[in-house]
Design a protein around this ligand. Sequence first.
Ligand code: DC
Length: 236
Amino acid sequence: MNRAGRMRAIITIDGPSGAGKSTISRQLAERLNYTYLDTGAMYRAVGLKAKQEGVDPADGVAMAGLLDNLDLKLSANMGETRVFIGKADVSEAIRTPEMGLVASRVSAQGVVRQRLTELQRRLGGQGGVVVEGRDMGTVVFPEADCKFYLVATPEERAKRRQLQLREKGQEIDFLEILAQINKRDADDSARALAPLRPAADAVMIDSSLMSIEEVVAYMLTFCNSKGILQDSSEIG
Ligand code: DC
């Protein structure tokens, strides 16, 4: 409970890549005055570090050593997550399609999942958070107050991803993006540890034919129905 006596909830949003999780999670967090936690960014940062140091993601001992020395920080700034390894701001470097695939590879490694799960529980366990990822509702926060699973057709997700990359000045062929999305879905769903799948009690939302605003409004209505109200504890 927060100071105003309202529930500071844990809200989870899981789903495949490109379903709109980041934008929607960020907006939902803003509307509720909650913290937004992007767990994919953590896997991407670990992937970047492994690549920089030439560590094979399949080598558990080497990955454990890498994690021991990893100074990873996330900071929320104006609704945007900045990611730092030591003093280096890697926020842009981790956002490439290549780093998405590398993140997917490191995320299948047990020691990586274990350490990042601990970190995520430490950061989000107090509540007042919207946490986004693949296993938030199933593994990291099975007791979450409100769980969503966001999907969209692969073609729609590839179209959105292409537009996002274009806005950043990267022009990538539609079919190449579609192939990457299908590969990442298959790898994330097939892995033995914490595979991508909806929690039994998650609310399924197909965003293919819905706008961002419609999805956020739907989620807010559902959260309200569960007694999760905007956190205004800081005000007054
Ligand atoms: O959400 P994203 O595209 O930034 O995630 C990158 C990869 O990280 C994704 O393909 C799988 C992995 N990941 C994960 O295994 N568990 C999470 N909670 C978040 C991401």
